[in-house]
Design a protein around this ligand. Structure first.
Ligand code: FAD
Length: 434
């Protein structure tokens, strides 16, 4: 089998890879110096689109519309862009063996790729119900969503099961976005999750009550406090029923499972230092192995603002960490260094005609402000998180770009608060005046 050699290799072809490639191009790479190796068949794209506009019944988003870096208002890097820049896009190629010290990657078909500098950008994979031995979880029409192929299969099923019944297992990001997407496609949707409210890792019960109420008004049924323990299928092997732990049986033509992700680090096990489930890096996204960097979902990096190492599975960090790593690589070649990565956590989601943003840390006491009544004609509300007398996190539904910037500023500057009651009264104007 063949062997190819590159100065720089990006392993993975997702969000980080696209932003890293653009950053390399900005600094100048010679033709043939850089390769992006991806098991996906398409050039890097903005992954969040898959659970949103990609599933719209009318004018859905399709490639090449959402290749990176359009998600942050940047240039759309079409496959031709890589060609023009002399960047080799090695697609439909899964790396199955890695020798970090020997600087070699080997693909499933036995091809070898040598690198001088590697950026690990393998992202995450979904947690599967079959991983927990849930009975019948391999039935047809039970879907997970990570890559564009998954989204295409789901879209085909949505068309094939018009007006059918869908069960969403999981009440996190994917569950909420997919619940909405399937409802918009006119499926009869039931969501199931074990927690007392949706998105419990971020949402307070007040925030969640709004979304749950809003979804209910849209006709989405929500079953909380129980889990799917088994599936039955028909003679074609297609899922027919979802069995819940509390004994309920739900009919289903389509099941979408969104029960979490897992960073793809197994290829590197034992070869590189890990922490908190990810590959440990410094502020330049350098790992414990010389010339090996890790960015995006897989990296556990020093989050300066909180003086703590964290892993962040969000698109904004995927973009920024990729840029930081490439800047650091390029600077070190000139004997220079770059500033430390001073990241402010930023998460967002969109579903139905809702849109929220969150900045900072969701720790400490909380204060709700605004109108979170799901039946209001124009609900708009938010929440501050307060720790040690300072605002450390802020959430806003239906914010304008300026308002979102204001809550970001609050989370970054962490202004002191005297009284929580006063903060609740001031609401958004507290952020706007900072
Ligand atoms: P990815 O974008 O996942 O890219 C990893 C790439 O590596 C993939 O192309 C994969 O095929 C490839 N790969 C992995 N292993 C190998 C291998 N062995 N060989 C070759 N290639 C390999 N975040 C938000 O902040 N807001 C959102 O609204 C949001 N929506 C999302 C919706 C969906 C459906 C999903 C799945 C994620 C969403 N996220 C969202 C999270 C965000 O997309 C991720 O944090 C981001 O994509 C991480 O970028 P990454 O480059 O680390 O990984």
């Amino acid at each position: 089998m063949g062997e190819k050699s590159f100065k720089y290799v990006i392993l993975g072809g997702g969000v980080s890879a696209g932003y890293a490639a653009r950053e390399f191009a900005k600094h100048g790479v010679k033709p043939g110096e850089l390769a992006v190796i991806s098991k996906e068949a398409v050039a890097p794209y903005e992954r969040p689109a898959l659970s949103k506009a990609y599933l719209f019944p009318e004018s859905p988003a399709r490639l090449p519309g959402f290749h990176t870096c359009v998600g942050s208002g940047g240039e759309r890097l079409l496959p031709d862009w890589y060609k023009v820049k002399g960047i080799e896009l090695i697609l439909s190629t899964e790396i199955v063996k890695v020798d970090l010290a020997g600087k070699t990657l080997v693909s499933g078909t036995g091809e070898s790729f040598k690198f001088q500098i590697l950026i690990i950008a393998t992202g995450s994979t979904v947690v599967r119900l079959s991983d927990f031995g849930v009975k019948g979880a391999d039935a047809k029409n039970i879907f997970y969503l990570r890559e564009i192929d998954d989204a295409d299969k789901l879209n085909d099923a949505i068309k094939a099961k018009k007006n059918g019944k869908a069960v969403i297992v999981g009440g996190g990001y994917i569950g909420l976005e997919l619940g909405a997407a399937l409802r918009i496609n006119n499926l009869d949707v039931t969501m199931v999750y074990p927690e007392p409210w949706c998105m419990p890792r971020l949402f307070t019960s007040d925030i969640a009550a709004f979304y749950e109420g809003y979804y209910a008004n849209k006709g989405v049924k929500i079953v909380k406090g129980t889990v799917a323990v088994g599936f039955t299928s028909d003679s074609n092997g297609e899922v027919k029923e979802v069995h819940l732990k509390d004994g309920t049986v739900l009919e289903a033509d389509i099941v979408v499972v969104g029960v979490g992700g897992r960073p793809l680090t197994s290829l590197f096990k034992g070869q590189v230092e890990e922490e908190k489930g990810g590959v440990k890096t410094d502020t330049f996204f350098k790992t414990s192995v010389p010339d090996v960097y890790a960015v995006g979902d897989v990296a556990t990096f020093p989050l300066k603002l909180y003086n703590e190492n964290r892993r962040v599975e969000h698109v904004d960090h995927a973009r920024k960490s990729a840029e930081q790593a490439v800047k650091a690589i390029k600077a070190s070649e000139e004997g220079k260094t770059v500033e430390v990565y001073d990241y402010l956590p930023f998460f967002y989601s969109r579903s139905f005609d809702l849109s929220w943003q969150f900045y900072g840390d969701n720790v400490g006491e909380t204060v709700l402000f605004g109108d979170n009544n799901p039946t209001s004609p124009k609900p708009k509300f938010g929440t501050y998180w307060i720790k040690d007398g300072k605002v450390v996190g802020a959430f806003l539904e239906a914010g304008t770009p300026e308002e979102n910037q204001a809550i970001a500023k609050v989370a970054k500057l962490q202004p002191p608060v005297q009284s929580l009651d006063q903060l609740a009264k001031e609401g958004l104007s507290f952020a706007s005046k900072i």
